[in-house]
Ligand binder design. Structure first.
Ligand SMILES: [Fe+2]
Length: 272
């Protein structure tokens, strides 16, 4: 029995970040007026319209920590793909500091149950770590974890910016019945999840307790396709890049990542 559900827990607070995310998903921004009085700082001095929604949190609430649970294992393999049978799931997003600055080289160590809700404590199935790229982006390719007895559906993660303390937390899935009864569950840690074909695509942005200065360019707008191939760029089908002195044409849209260099992924790039 996983003992991670025994922690005495105050009721999970609805954080400002959660409200922002909920608002982004559910309603046009102006409808927030009058509904969310706590967001006073979003009002203009005269109580006018909300300021534009920031592309990440405004720095007052870093991603909250959660219990590690009993099944963390150090020394997971470095990999972005956790192979195994189940419903395909990708989790992607950015890691920001307190000033919304993207954080590169952040260690993200993920571990989760298999589709039956079981953790592999002997080998390293469904365990892996990776690092954010220069834009602070990450992408995990895995499966939807099964339900562990006594818990709602979740993914464990440790996040550590270079030279900073480790944040241990968990990520959750919206619409799970057990979210209402799991005392560890925190809505601030809900991923945004959509169904694509037979799989799921989830997004989540971490905010770590790392001071900094706001970026001049939002990291969510990487340079357009073209030029020399780079990690962390959203390429569209038809984009042309150069890599290793050769020219390649993009076959399907994707965000590039280390290991996906054009010669390595013929499904994504064709030599022009
Ligand atoms: Fe767990």
């Amino acid at each position: 029995m996983e003992s991670e559900n025994t922690r005495a827990e105050k009721p999970a607070a609805i954080t400002r970040k959660t409200l922002f995310k909920a608002a982004l998903i559910a309603t046009p921004v102006p409808l927030l007026i009058g509904q969310v009085p706590a967001l006073a700082r979003d009002m203009s001095a005269g109580g006018g319209p909300l300021t534009p929604t920031p592309f990440c949190d405004d720095g007052d609430d870093p991603t909250p920590p959660q219990t590690e649970g009993p099944y963390f294992k150090p020394n997971s393999p470095q990999r972005t793909v956790l192979p195994g049978t189940g419903t395909a799931l990708t989790v992607s997003g950015f890691v920001f500091g307190l000033a919304c600055q993207p954080l590169a080289n952040v260690l993200l160590d993920f571990w989760q149950a298999d589709r039956n809700g079981a953790y592999d404590n002997v080998t390293y199935n469904f365990r892996g770590h990776q690092y954010t790229n220069a834009q602070g982006a990450f992408k995990l390719t895995t499966i939807v974890p099964g339900l562990y007895p006594g818990r709602t559906r979740h993914i464990h993660v440790k996040a550590q910016a270079p030279g900073r303390p480790v944040l241990t937390t968990q990520l959750y899935f919206p619409g799970e019945p057990r979210n209402n009864t799991d005392t560890i569950f925190d809505p601030a840690l809900l991923m945004t999840v959509r169904t694509v074909g037979t799989g799921r695509e989830a997004t989540f942005d971490f905010v770590l307790n790392v001071p900094g200065v706001p970026p001049t360019d939002p990291p969510t707008s990487p340079p357009p396709g073209g030029g020399t191939w780079q990690v962390g760029v959203t390429y569209q089908a038809g984009d042309q890049v150069t890599y290793g002195g050769a020219t390649y044409r993009c076959l399907q849209g994707h965000m590039s990542q280390a290991g996906w260099e054009p010669p390595n992924v013929p499904a994504l790039w064709q030599r022009a």
